[in-house]
Design a protein around this ligand. Structure first.
Ligand SMILES: C[S@@+](CC[C@H](N)C(=O)[O-])C[C@H]1O[C@@H](n2cnc3c(N)ncnc32)[C@H](O)[C@@H]1O
Length: 239
């Protein structure tokens, strides 16, 4: 045993302290043939390579239509459905799970969608670097990874600091729509969101949104099969 006090953190602990907290793990998903082909053929049409610089809505879409951003679209079924139903809007999907991106690309190509772009990269970097102030009309985070264990709760995407940091990117009266099937995360979301200055709960403080206007998602259907409930929250930025 050393007789000197242990003042320096171990290098492992020091590395840990500098590592960013990730809200995801990259899963080694299998690709279907359709996903592989879509990635080979359509990647460049829809996927924007991450660079730490501003991308204007006009540069991404060649128009100035209102922008919806979905973080963590998973297999992309909700994003595809919304994009088809709302051709007058632009959609930016952000997802790190490449097979899910492949699935979405397949659907976008099959349906001739021209109003969707994708970043296959950490949403925290995209929001920190790539989008201009007042450029997002609607931000969607549907069924983010619940990070059940107490010691993992800090990895949950919805946190007061994260939402506060992205607020300048929302237009005046811009919307943030959240959904989860995990009750403790729903409670955490309410607490985190109600602590953000400059937004209001559209259904009254601390209230959930009983009849949300969104498509179903794959993760939601899995939760329902497991007997989970579903909780939606809608916040609007104060003008
Ligand atoms: C539990 S899944 C839900 C997927 C989909 N929204 C649904 O409801 O079916 C959460 C997704 O968020 C993605 N994700 C988590 N953190 C992310 C981040 N920081 N940037 C991009 N994607 C992220 C994960 O890769 C995962 O696919």
């Amino acid at each position: 045993m050393s007789d000197t006090p242990d003042l320096e953190p171990s290098s492992a602990a020091a590395n840990e302290a500098h590592r960013p907290i990730r809200s995801y793990v990259i899963r080694a998903g299998r690709y279907t043939d359709a996903q592989k082909i879509a990635i080979d053929v359509h990647w460049d049409n829809f996927v924007v390579p991450f660079e730490p610089r501003l991308f204007s809505v006009d540069e991404l879409f060649a128009n100035a239509n209102p922008l919806t951003v979905e973080i963590g679209f998973g297999m992309g079924d909700s994003l595809l459905e919304m994009a088809i139903a709302n051709p007058e809007r632009n959609f930016l999907g952000i997802e790190v799970h490449k097979p899910g991106v492949g699935k979405l690309l397949h659907g976008l190509a099959e349906n001739g969608c021209t109003n969707v772009k994708v970043f296959c990269h950490d949403a925290k970097d995209i929001l920190a670097h790539c989008l201009a102030p007042a450029s997002i009309d609607t931000l969607l985070i549907f069924f983010p990874d619940p990070w059940h264990k107490k010691r993992h709760n800090k990895r949950r995407l919805v946190q007061t600091d994260f939402i506060t940091g992205l607020l300048p990117l929302l237009t005046a009266n811009g919307r943030i729509h959240l959904a989860t099937d995990w009750e403790p995360y729903a409670e955490h979301m309410v607490e985190a969101m109600e602590a953000v200055q400059g937004i209001s709960n559209a259904n009254g403080a601390t209230n959930f949104w009983a009849e949300p206007d969104r498509p179903g998602t794959k993760f939601e259907r899995r939760g329902i099969r497991l007997g989970h409930g579903v909780w939606d929250l809608l916040y609007t930025k104060n003008a």
